[in-house]
Ligand binder design. Structure first.
Ligand SMILES: Cc1cc2nc3c(=O)[nH]c(=O)nc-3n(C[C@H](O)[C@H](O)[C@H](O)COP(=O)(O)OP(=O)(O)OC[C@H]3O[C@@H](n4cnc5c(N)ncnc54)[C@H](O)[C@@H]3O)c2cc1C
Length: 369
């Protein structure tokens, strides 16, 4: 049976970043994905925002990996001409009752080390974004956008040029622990062995952890898929920064916000609701009113007929409905008898922003083996 050093399961942005990092250090690395190419799931169905790390608890991986990942992502984009834009973002209070929360967010983010933040008055916002309705706000100068497809294409080429084997149309169907390696079964047809396994299978990452023998309910690894839909503006508007509402303290999302893509297209979303399936990306007109109401609060000249359904994505959330914040799980499972097995589960937002910092973190875990 063929034996390799490292198997990376899942060729989304996180798997690509890890594979490109490890391929230069390990003799044989294979990147495995069930789809026929990389980045066919969550990594190409998101807002493409380079987050600053404003909202996460101070001692969380989401906070530290987002703040570091932000810097590393700008760096890789600048050095390799990957399309991106440091647009900046405004968190806009639309009613005086929201201003207390705005202050709390500002203090929290500053204490976490988020750079380039400042409070904005109504006049400041009017000067920056005349189309936006707001009583006050926070400006985040390190927020931006990135072409996620170009980023993944760059990481794919880098991993491949460093000798990483690419196994597409290869669904991992079983994992068996051997004495000093793991036997990985592909498509229930053939298998190979890997000394180290890195599970970054996104919406399938809990199932991969289960294949390795982890009780995903007892350990809190089971994913609760959570859909996010976008609508887009079908005309031009003079909005040049990302505009977010003040998030409600309860609930798993940030509220429908206004984002831009690299072509300048304006999108509204994503909304946030739990679903039963992990692969249904369909979208219908039923949320037209809900999106219009949310977007209109921030952007008063918007008309009902100005927006149309755009796309959807599904978050691999660990936080179940009604639960509190859950952090990323990034864990070497040696204490569960799985030496050399690293799980990454619940890599929802800010996973794109954090992708290079996650790769660095996983790589340092492997150096400790
Ligand atoms: C609506 C939405 C908006 C978001 N906005 C942002 C944002 O603006 N900024 C940001 O930083 N983050 C954002 N995110 C989060 C970000 O998109 C994810 O954190 C990131 O894409 C996760 O990448 P990944 O590589 O872990 O997962 P994925 O891209 O899902 O890749 C996992 C891969 O694993 C493969 N796989 C699964 N099971 C198996 C198996 N059994 N065998 C083989 N392969 C398998 C899949 O085919 C898939 O290709 C958003 C997410 C959503 C849903």
């Amino acid at each position: 049976m063929q034996k390799i050093d490292t198997a990376v399961i899942g060729a989304g942005v996180v798997g690509l970043a890890i594979a490109s990092e490890l391929a230069s250090r390990h003799r044989t690395v294979a990147l495995i994905d069930k789809n026929n190419s990389y980045g066919q799931e969550t990594s190409s169905r998101n807002s493409e925002v380079i987050h600053a790390g404003i909202y996460y608890p101070a001692d969380s991986l989401k906070s530290s990996l987002c703040i570091r990942g932000n810097r590393l992502l700008y760096e890789i984009c600048k050095q390799n001409s990957i399309p991106h834009k440091n647009t900046g973002k405004i968190i806009a209070a639309t009613a005086p009752e929201e201003e207390g929360e705005l202050e709390d967010i500002y203090k929290h983010a500053s204490s976490c080390g988020v750079p380039d933040l400042r409070m904005l008055t109504r006049d400041d916002i009017r000067k920056l974004e005349p189309e936006i309705n707001s009583v006050s706000g926070i400006y985040s100068g390190s927020t931006g956008i990135v072409d996620s497809h170009a980023l993944m294409s760059f990481l794919f080429r880098k991993a491949e040029s460093r000798g990483c084997m690419m196994l597409f149309k290869s669904r991992v169907t079983d994992i068996e622990k051997k004495q000093e390696s793991y036997q990985i079964n592909i498509n229930s047809e053939y298998s190979f062995e890997a000394e180290t396994v890195i599970n970054c299978a996104g919406l399938g990452s809990d199932y991969i952890a289960e294949m390795a023998g982890i009780d995903i309910d007892r350990e809190g690894y089971r994913i609760s898929p959570c859909k996010g839909e976008y609508w887009s503006l079908n005309k031009k508007a003079n909005i040049n920064r990302l505009i977010y509402p003040v998030p409600h303290k309860q609930g798993p999302g940030l509220g429908v916000h206004i984002t831009l893509d690299m072509e300048g297209k304006i999108k509204f979303g994503p909304n946030t609701y739990y679903v039963d399936t992990r692969s249904d990306y369909s979208q219908d007109d039923s949320k037209h009113g809900e999106f219009y109401e949310s977007a209109h609060k921030l952007f008063p000249s918007l008309k009902y007929e100005d927006i149309a359904p755009e796309m959807t994505g599904i978050r691999p959330k660990l936080q179940k409905p009604g639960e509190d914040f859950r952090d990323f799980i990034i864990r070497h499972e040696a204490d569960r008898g799985l030496a050399g097995f690293i799980n990454l589960v619940g890599i929802e937002s800010p996973g794109l922003t954090s992708s290079r910092a996650i790769a660095e973190y996983v790589s340092s875990m492997i150096s400790d083996f």
